[in-house]
Design a protein around this ligand. Structure first.
Ligand SMILES: *Cc1c(COP(=O)(O)O)cnc(C)c1O
Length: 373
């Protein structure tokens, strides 16, 4: 079945008891035993499993072509579970431009727990090969990456990981299952911050790990989810399921807007660089064309005049909200270096945009006036 169909039908059927077409979240934390002491509906206690999460997990597994999914209370809880499923003494390779929250987990939380890591340019397979040690158990990729939209080769990374007995997990948040299918490209697991495009409306926090095989690593992730307890509430699972029905449409429309905006910016005299894989000048364009079915709705650009000029542009836009995060229906703009703090390697003249679903003419006009003068 095609993704548009799965997004609406996977994990969803009319309710047998009432005939209700639209699902409703079952809020109960506990489930009744029958007279024999069994649980005829399969659920016991909501931390272990509940109907709304089970429906969401079936849907997420179907979208990424996996066999199983674990939904979490946030993307950060999902990445944390992947890392904690490794053992102290293990080594992780992650991109040098990894999402700053993931970097903080590796540096501050997991280093103390005995997990070591190397931050490597994942677009350079030779550099990755050189960074692999006998203790390397996981390559964590993020493609497209934040905020330079770098593209790394999922199949090449999977081959490197598997040749050394490690696994490849791809943070595919920017791409969504609509534009990129990491499991089909050889990855072992996919991670999403469902807070972003899957939620799509900037009103629910969530995360997910989807596995190609229900292997030992995934079993430990499932244990961390249900016993560690960082689970999403039924209402949040229901909101996500509701949003995912329109995910393919939203992502494609947002991508079309982003392409037009990237082309407008690339031709603007005040703009010194545009980072968008849909531009033929982008270093990852050819690879993105091979491994993605679209280039996504995230882009960043640099302006002449340094940090002050970038902040001035962000100050003048009317339609783009100055806010962090991404993937919602509304367009956002952000001076990324300010968010990432004093240790950031993000250029000070860079602005990152999450392109929404407004009319593209209005989005371009707003940037034009903000860049003028
Ligand atoms: C937002 C984000 C995360 C973290 O997800 P939360 O839901 O905010 O915890 C991880 N990776 C990427 C690429 C993200 O954009």
């Amino acid at each position: 079945m095609k993704l548009e169909t799965l997004a609406i039908h996977a994990g969803r059927a009319p309710d047998l008891a009432t005939g209700a077409v639209a699902p409703s979240p079952i809020l109960s934390t506990t489930f009744a035993r029958d007279a024999q002491g069994d649980y005829p509906h399969g659920h016991i206690y909501s931390r272990s499993s509940n109907p709304a999460r089970a429906a969401l997990e079936s849907l997420l597994a179907a979208l990424d072509g996996g066999t199983a999914a674990a939904a979490f209370a946030s993307g950060s809880a999902a990445s944390m579970a992947v890392f904690q499923a490794l053992a102290p003494g293990d080594h992780v390779i992650a991109p040098d431009d990894v999402y700053h929250g993931t970097r903080t987990q590796l540096r501050e939380l997991l280093a103390r727990w005995g997990l070591s890591h190397s931050l490597v340019d994942l677009t350079d397979l030779d550099a990755v090969r050189a960074a692999i040690t006998p203790a390397t158990k996981l390559i964590w990729a993020e493609t497209p990456s934040n905020p330079l939209l770098k593209i790394s080769d999922i199949t090449g990374l999977a081959e490197l990981a598997h040749a050394s007995g490690a696994q490849l997990v791809v943070d595919s948040t920017f791409a969504t299952p609509v534009l990129q299918q990491p499991l089909a490209l050889g990855a072992d697991m996919v991670m999403h911050s469902t807070t972003k495009y899957l939620g799509g409306h900037s009103d629910v926090l969530g995360g997910a790990v989807i596995a190609r095989e229900p292997d030992a690593l995934f079993a430990r992730i499932r244990d961390l989810q249900t016993k560690g307890g960082s689970v999403p509430a039924p209402f949040d699972c229901w909101l996500l399921q509701r949003s995912i029905g329109t995910l393919p449409l939203r992502v494609r429309a947002q991508t079309a807007n982003a392409q037009a905006i990237a082309e407008f910016l690339a031709a603007h005299p005040q703009v010194s660089a545009v980072h968008y894989p849909g531009l033929s000048t982008h270093a990852g364009h050819a690879l993105a064309s091979r491994q993605m079915t679209g280039y996504g709705a995230m882009l960043s650009f640099q302006v002449h005049g340094g940090r002050d000029a970038a902040l001035a542009v962000a100050g003048k836009v009317q339609l783009y909200t100055r806010a962090t995060s991404l993937g919602g229906i509304e367009s956002l703009i952000e001076h990324r270096a300010s968010v990432e703090g004093p240790h950031t390697s993000t250029p000070q003249d860079l602005l990152r945009m999450s392109v929404g679903l407004e009319h593209v003419d209005d989005l371009v006009d707003d940037l034009r006036q903000a860049l003028a003068g």
